[in-house]
Design a protein. Structure first.
Length: 170
């Protein structure tokens, strides 16, 4: 079980799916059921750790239309640029980008960093025309000014740098 403990949340999901497929194909054994239960516990534990980390984070999780409107309005009034990470819990590249996005939020103190799961707040994803994950949208005055699709840290950092410099000159 030590090997499994070192894996990320996606590995747990993959392992659970493999076990579920095995259960359908082969009659379940006690050890298979125990493994599935243990993996599900680990997954829940990882989710709780992620939620705790997000509480300490400089990235704000958007979970409703109301919270979106609140933070976008606040950023617009304060003239803060906004960077939004549109992700999905099942999207491996989105999950891989989370630590990088956290790092960006720590680096750029005068920028509001938001993250949202497109399956949780579908109306915003639709309004912002999000077609793939991860997508990063840069907003100024509540208006999208740039969109980066895909997990490309160098390009994202370059675009944010340009975005911030152009915002300062306005």
């Amino acid at each position: 079980m030590k090997k499994i403990e070192k894996k990320g949340i996606n590995q747990y999901l993959i392992q659970i799916n493999i076990f579920l497929v095995q259960i359908v194909i082969f009659p379940p054994t006690a050890s298979t059921i125990v493994c599935v239960v243990l993996l599900q516990k680990k997954l829940k534990q990882k989710e709780m750790e992620d939620k705790e980390h997000l509480k300490k984070s400089k990235v704000i999780k958007i979970d409703s239309q109301k919270s979106w409107e609140h933070y976008i309005s606040h950023a617009t009034n304060q003239k803060y640029p906004v960077v939004v990470h549109f992700s999905a819990f099942w999207c491996v590249p989105s999950i891989v980008m989370n630590p990088f996005f956290q790092e960006l939020a720590s680096t750029y103190q005068d920028v509001l960093f938001l993250t949202l799961d497109v399956d949780e707040v579908k109306e915003i994803a639709s309004k912002m025309e999000i077609k793939a994950m991860p997508t990063f949208v840069l907003l100024s005055g509540g208006t999208p000014v740039d969109k980066i699709v895909g997990a490309n840290p160098d390009e994202i950092k370059k675009r944010i740098d340009h975005f911030i410099h152009s915002n300062k000159s306005e």
